[in-house]
Design a protein around this ligand. Structure first.
Ligand SMILES: *Cc1c(COP(=O)(O)O)cnc(C)c1O
Length: 390
């Protein structure tokens, strides 16, 4: 049996998988079992933030694994404490952190925090935006304002209200509204940064009315926007920011950073694995690497190079693309039709460059933040070849 046949037979069919198995990687390059090389403009959906086989990350994981991997949260965990201190410093807020293993769990923590915070005043509703994506657990699925995700899984928890856009949020607020939860730069639903002035105005209005802002930065956080958080780019001050994907360079982790420091008391929330030695040691190494390329200007230069190439390719194929969108290294070119989107995804893979879909017409790029100029140029050259075949 081929790997594909064994996968079909033994693993639940929740992903439409390509018949490609990767074996190893180096920087922004991946190699499959047939030895074919790919330029990775996807980083495992924004996860491999420091590239593949990054020596500092690998060394940190190996060193930690050789000492202790896990102890449970019933004991002090030094790398977890260091990581919390670092996240607080990077966010620049007076905050505390809860660690989990995934983005959905980070958002679950945010939802529970908002509910408990609002409990005494009868506030429990959370407003989210159309076409958002917040996770696959029952609560975060209901928070995801896309009806197609809600089929088959009723009943859902109450209290999730959907707004068409930022302007519509005010119409949906009532006395029971606890929080607004949003992605400052939308990811899965199609890469779209929210409007700067509108989001800033919303933040001010919420502060005035005593309603929480939850920024889901699971995809757009951890330097992907060019700053540590997209919230910093916008100049907004969410009470809760959630992180996951790129935080530990590929080791599963989630985090909720909140200025609501005393809402949870012992027993209110927990996680067996969350914030263990291995994942937090990996995150510390990833943040060291990323902080360095941020501080020395490398990241800003990479963003500039990437966006130049993206502009060029969009302009070169006006029959295929309408515009580009996004921020930092979370960007997309928008295909004219969903059919073109699908054809480009297949042709890119064929030509040795990995890109992602988002929404029904976005070709999404989430390259490793450490990608080199040479890798960017090679990736776009392959993408150009792919576009020429259509
Ligand atoms: C990926 C993602 C999630 C869910 O994260 P998981 O780790 O898959 O649970 C939630 N919100 C946003 C914005 C995401 O991009």
């Amino acid at each position: 049996m081929t790997l594909k046949e064994r996968d079909d037979k033994s693993v639940l069919h929740t992903y439409a998988r390509k018949d490609t198995a990767f074996e190893r990687g180096e920087g922004a390059k991946l190699y499959d079992t047939a030895g074919k090389e790919y330029i990775d403009f996807a980083s495992g959906i924004g996860v491999n933030s420091v590239g593949h086989n990054n020596p500092k990350l690998v060394a940190a994981i190996a060193e930690q694994a050789g000492k202790i991997i896990h102890s449970s949260n019933l004991y002090l965990i030094e790398p977890q404490i260091k990581l919390a201190e670092k996240l607080i410093a990077l966010c620049g807020s007076d905050a505390r952190v809860f660690f989990s293993n995934s983005g959905a769990e980070a958002n679950e923590c945010a939802i529970k925090l908002a509910r408990k915070w609002g409990e005494k005043s009868g506030k429990y509703k959370i407003i989210t935006l159309n076409n958002s994506f917040h996770g696959r657990t029952i609560a975060t699925l209901k928070a995801t304002a896309q009806p197609k995700f809600h089929e088959h899984f009723s009943p859902f928890p109450d209290g999730f209200i959907y707004a068409k856009d930022l302007a519509d949020i005010e119409n949906k607020i009532d006395d029971q509204t606890a929080a607004i939860m949003l992605e400052p730069i939308r990811g899965e639903g199609g890469v779209e940064p929210l409007d700067f002035d509108d989001l800033r105005a919303l933040d001010l209005m919420l502060k005035k009315r005593g309603i929480l802002l939850i920024a889901d930065e699971i995809q757009c956080g951890v330097f992907r926007s060019g700053q540590f958080t997209a919230s910093q780019v916008y100049g907004i001050k969410p009470e809760i920011i959630t992180f996951a994907k790129g935080l530990a360079g590929g080791v599963p982790i989630g985090a909720a950073v909140t200025t609501l420091k005393d809402v949870f008391v012992y027993g209110d929330h927990g996680s067996t694995f969350g914030g263990n030695f291995l994942s937090t040691a990996a995150a510390l190494a990833a943040l060291d690497i990323l902080s360095e390329i941020y501080s020395d200007g490398t990241l800003a230069k990479t963003i500039e190079d990437f966006s130049k190439s993206l502009n060029l390719i969009a302009a070169e194929f006006p029959k295929l693309f309408t515009r580009i969108s996004g921020m930092g290294l979370m960007v997309s070119i928008v295909a004219k039709t969903p059919e073109i989107q699908k054809q480009i995804l297949d042709a890119a893979h064929e030509n040795g460059v990995l890109v992602l879909r988002a929404g029904s017409d976005h070709i999404r790029f989430l390259p490793p933040l450490t990608i080199s100029k040479e890798e960017i140029d090679e990736g776009f050259s392959r993408l150009r070849q792919a576009c020429k075949t259509l």
